[in-house]
Design a protein around this ligand. Structure first.
Ligand SMILES: Nc1ncnc2c1ncn2[C@@H]1O[C@H](COP(=O)(O)OP(=O)(O)OP(=O)(O)O)[C@@H](O)[C@H]1O
Ligand SMILES: [Mg+2]
Length: 489
């Protein structure tokens, strides 16, 4: 869609939406557009914005071959009425600024952002760019924003051959976008989130193969192998009955892969699993050594020995207990000054952070939508979908999925090499992080993972006590600090 900067500036307040009932908004709010036929005229002009649409084309679009003799007069009336709404300052002597007349037809001048169909196209394009850049969260955001533009059936209530054709085309685009999003969800391991939506899509479109293939895949990943096979049989029955053919290669291939439990089903992203080279973990500088640090030789040695062990591939846990001001953070800084061959992930919890699910872990592991590491960006995207802030009954499966996601990320990072995960002020950690930590403790037996934890005693936090109790089953070293040497004991 092209329009010069001057036109765009003048017409900016006008907004038109076709992805639902046909509606328009001007400077003073929503415009009263009138009859369905008038809306159909506006829709044709908007879909071909900044191009000349001849009167004959308008007549064809609205009436097709059944145009009555009065059709041309009707178009003229609709254009005048629309012009009054779209540009109230228009004078009869001018040719219009927004809805422009020329000898043979009309042109509606719009900037790209003024028509929802254009915004939809732009966002789908952006999703493609984000995908190419392996920015999972960006891709998801673009697809979500594109789908949010839809307010029902495209061109709802508008009649005529043009509206029918466009409705069909736009609906197909919307379905493909939902399918793209569902595929992305499968890629990032959030298959359970899309099962219901795909199921509804398959019921509404019993012959459409892509959602059936995706639903089969999602059910299989959810451990519902037989349900996945049943979906194929339903699709096959409908295809044979209505089209007299077998389903195409996409659902048939998926069916075969499921029957032979093909390992490829477990990983679908069409790009390498991890970054080509490990991306450094600690985004911010590690806390510096405290000037004047003295004593604590045994405790520093415990930390340094655990660091050498993990660097050599043997994981472990060091848990530092102590009241406020006893020197826990100072000890961590001193003991972890030098960590050759290991990557550090370090976070300090605080009182506010405990309200945010997984805050301390995501902060330490640098899990953000903008991470250059697709595993971390993927986890950020998945957590956004899980929407853990909205705790509701039945959220257990989502919480479990989130915990699995973080544990898998840690496993993946450990596959790149030894990892030291430092969690300071654990007494402020959010409950979900504590659950993850309980899952991570036994992992230290198999992974090159060193967990270093510092916490004040917090008897009122049962989640913390449970993590502490779970230490019993691990190679954990516990260090309990009294007042620091400089405090004069
Ligand atoms: N071994 C030490 N030698 C000298 N000074 C120390 C030592 N340990 C701690 N300190 C000093 O004591 C103060 C408190 O230490 P730190 O902040 O490490 O305590 P903390 O246990 O982490 O407290 P909080 O629970 O509030 O986080 C700091 O000023 C620190 O520099
Ligand atoms: Mg501290």
């Amino acid at each position: 869609m092209r329009s010069n900067a001057l036109t765009q500036h003048r017409t900016e307040p006008l907004r038109i939406s076709l992805l639902g009932p046909v509606r328009a908004w001007g400077n003073d709010g929503e415009l009263e557009l009138g009859s369905h036929q008038r809306k159909a005229v506006l829709a044709v002009l908007a879909m071909r914005a900044n191009q000349l649409v001849t009167k004959g084309e308008l007549v064809d679009a609205i009436w097709g071959e059944a145009a009555p003799a009065s059709a041309y007069g009707g178009i003229h009336t609709h254009i005048s009425a629309l012009r009054k709404r779209l540009e109230p300052q228009w004078s009869r002597r001018s040719t219009g600024q927004v809805l422009v007349s020329s000898g043979t037809g009309y042109q509606l001048r719009l900037g790209g952002s003024q028509l929802d169909v254009e915004r939809f196209g732009d966002l789908c394009e952006l999703a493609g760019e984000r995908r190419a850049a392996r920015d999972v969260a960006g891709e998801l955001t673009a697809l979500d924003s594109a789908l949010e533009l839809w307010q029902g059936k495209a061109l709802d209530g508008v009649t005529g051959p043009h509206a029918s054709r466009q409705r069909f085309r736009l609906t197909d685009l919307r379905l493909s976008t939902i399918e793209r999003r569902a595929r992305l969800m499968l890629d990032i391991g959030a298959h359970h989130v899309v099962i219901d939506e795909l199921d509804r899509l398959c019921q509404a479109h019993p012959l459409r193969e892509v959602p059936h293939s995706l639903l089969m895949h999602a059910l299989y990943l959810d451990g519902r192998r037989q349900d996945a096979i049943d979906v194929f049989h339903r699709l096959r029955a409908a295809t044979v009955e209505r089209l007299g053919t077998e389903p195409g290669p996409c659902p048939s291939g998926m069916h075969d892969e499921i029957l032979r439990d093909d390992p490829a089903l477990r990983w679908t992203r069409d790009e390498p699993r991890g970054p080509a080279r490990p991306i450094p973990l600690l985004a911010r500088p590690r806390p510096g050594r405290r000037p004047g640090f003295t004593g604590r030789a045994t405790q520093v040695a415990v930390l340094r020995s655990a660091v050498s062990d993990v660097a050599a591939g043997t994981g472990g846990v060091v848990w530092v207990d102590g009241a406020h001001g006893t020197g826990k953070s100072a000890l961590l800084a001193e003991g972890l000054t030098d960590t050759p061959g290991c990557r550090l992930a370090w976070s300090v919890a605080d009182e506010l952070g405990q309200l945010v699910p997984l805050y301390i872990l995501l902060d330490a592991l640098d899990v953000t939508a903008l991470s250059p590491d697709p595993r971390r960006a993927g986890l950020a995207a998945m957590l956004r979908v899980l929407d853990l802030d909205r705790f509701a009954p039945g959220a257990e499966a989502r919480v479990e999925r989130a915990i699995d996601g973080v544990v898998s990320l840690v496993r993946g990072l450990c596959a790149d090499g030894p990892l030291i995960l430092v969690l300071d002020q654990l007494q402020w950690a959010d409950p979900m992080s504590l659950l993850v930590l309980r899952c991570l403790l036994p992992e230290t037996a198999d992974l090159p993972l060193l967990l270093v934890i510092a916490s004040r005693p917090a008897p009122q936090r049962p989640g913390l006590a449970r993590v502490r109790a779970a230490l019993a089953g691990t190679r954990a070293a516990t260090v309990t600090l009294g007042p620091p040497p400089s405090a004069g004991r």
